[in-house]
Design a protein around this ligand. Structure first.
Ligand code: COA
Length: 216
């Protein structure tokens, strides 16, 4: 099995594309390379107008929506999907199973731990004082903890850590670290409950999220 690449797309030298990859129309893969190499594991689906710079290392079953921009020097695990019109800057770490919805902004030095889920139009930030002459010395990436979920249109301020399994309410502006399992809402976001307090609104189950198995 080999990759299927649209004749309307460009795959640069130095791109190592796994078996079964599908590259749709008008994509650029490995932009500005070589010498930087680009590795994409097997089973990738890269939808039209996606641009991936050289210097990314991406696992298997990677999927992009349309018009995704992925800058250089990112490390991305297996089974990751990035929704349409999302921008991922450089030096971002994305763990296995992460899903990023449409129209999100993920700046440099962000870390998304395995299983994290990022809702539509979420903005992560990294510059505490934009355009300060020394801004590059104080950039601080956001960390989204394992299996945490970030609701639509939330903004996470520089250096904030969202704890494991926490839930960020739609439209929140998160200014401080969020404890594991917390539910926070509002500008500036305050904890209102724990995810264990959430109830399924349509009665399908007692809780929206199962209690995790204890880690050995
Ligand atoms: C945060 C959230 C999980 C809370 O759900 P819930 O437990 O059913 O919420 P409740 O109805 O019990 O609300 C509790 C209080 O928080 C407020 N609240 C709930 N969500 C809020 C939000 N996103 N921002 C501000 N306040 C919010 C409610 O108005 C209520 O306030 P009150 O007690 O003064 O009336 C939910 O509202 C939410 O934002 N989910 C994310 C949705 C989303 O972005 N999905 C993305 C996929 S499309």
């Amino acid at each position: 099995m080999t990759a299927t690449i649209s004749p309307l797309s460009v795959v640069a030298d130095g791109v190592d594309l796994g078996d079964g990859a599908v590259i749709e129309d008008l994509c650029v893969i490995g932009r500005n390379g070589p010498p930087e190499r680009t590795v994409i594991g097997h089973g990738a689906t890269i939808r039209s107008h996606t641009v991936i710079y050289a210097g990314n290392t991406i696992g298997s079953n990677f999927a992009t929506g349309h018009h995704v921009l992925l800058r250089e020097a990112n490390v991305i695990g297996d089974n990751v999907s990035i929704g349409s019109s999302t921008v991922v800057e450089h030096h971002v770490t994305i763990g296995d199973g992460v899903r990023i919805h449409s129209q999100c902004f993920i700046p440099e030095y962000s870390t998304l731990e395995p299983g994290a889920w990022i809702g539509p139009r979420v903005t992560l930030t990294n510059a505490p004082f934009p355009r300060c002459p020394d801004v590059s010395r104080c950039l601080a990436g956001v960390t989204i903890g394992r299996d945490a979920r970030v609701g639509a249109n939330a903004t996470i301020l520089p250096g904030v850590r969202i704890g494991e399994r926490a839930l960020i309410g739609a439209g929140a502006i998160v200014t401080k670290d969020v404890p594991p399992g917390a539910v926070v809402v509002g500008p500036a976001a305050r904890q209102v409950k724990s995810i264990d307090d959430l109830r399924c609104p349509v009665g399908l189950d007692h809780r929206p999220y199962p209690v995790p198995e204890p880690v050995e």
